[in-house]
Design a binder for this molecule. Sequence first.
Ligand code: ADP
Ligand code: MG
Length: 247
Amino acid sequence: MSTNTATSVSLGVRDVHLAFGENRVLRGVDLDVARGGTACVIGPSGSGKSTLLRTINRLIEPDRGDVLLDGRSVLRDDPDALRQRVGMVFQQFNLFPHMTVLRNITLALRRLKKLSEDEAVQVARAQLELVGLADKTDARPAHLSGGQQQRVAIARALALQPQVMLFDEATSALDPELVKGVLGVMADLSAAGMTMVVVTHEMGFAREVADTVAFMDRGVVLEAGEPAAIFESPEHPRLRRFLSQVL
Ligand code: ADP
Ligand code: MG
């Protein structure tokens, strides 16, 4: 898969705190992803993984701490501009059901990138080709499999030429036989040099694709390192317990 690797950036999360009322969901999160690197975030349900991703693209503002792209804080940037630089893919694909696949992608290009209809269609077709769905441009989402819908959602995010991609359990809602195709697209993107943060339960993917695996528990990154270190010689008892349950 080709992508504009020249524009990929490093990502730094620095001591990010966030509470919902009394519930301190993020309690000082640190995470580093090198330019073009892939970090997989693993950890139990409720540990703050989704909330962390949402603070990175500023769907939520952290109470304290900072988010850096190439060393520069993004917290003062315009959130809409930032969301073009940081693409996000969710567990539920969030496609517009009443629009064709093509329209789902051109809409954002027209609105956010101010492309002409012809330009938008050209970019959308190219992205659909990269995720293997060139023949589905005129289909409605409901006529696609979950895996195909998720690949459309990925194409839609990539069409905006983000510098970072965030994936929040992108394969968790899929039937098992559809998971591989979506993980394959994500692995290709990682290999092409996209900077990515991937929240996932797919330990095989984390082991093979990630440069860094970060284990989150109760609002902090308890342990982070290369996949081999995390999976073969985890240090923290809570990580060992988590791995014994999921592997
Ligand atoms: P994970 O993705 O690791 O399962 P989340 O980040 O979704 O964890 O949630 C962490 C905690 O934050 C949970 O206790 C959840 O109930 C709470 N939470 C998440 N989003 C909100 C919200 N918008 N308002 C209030 N509480 C929230
Ligand atoms: Mg979550």
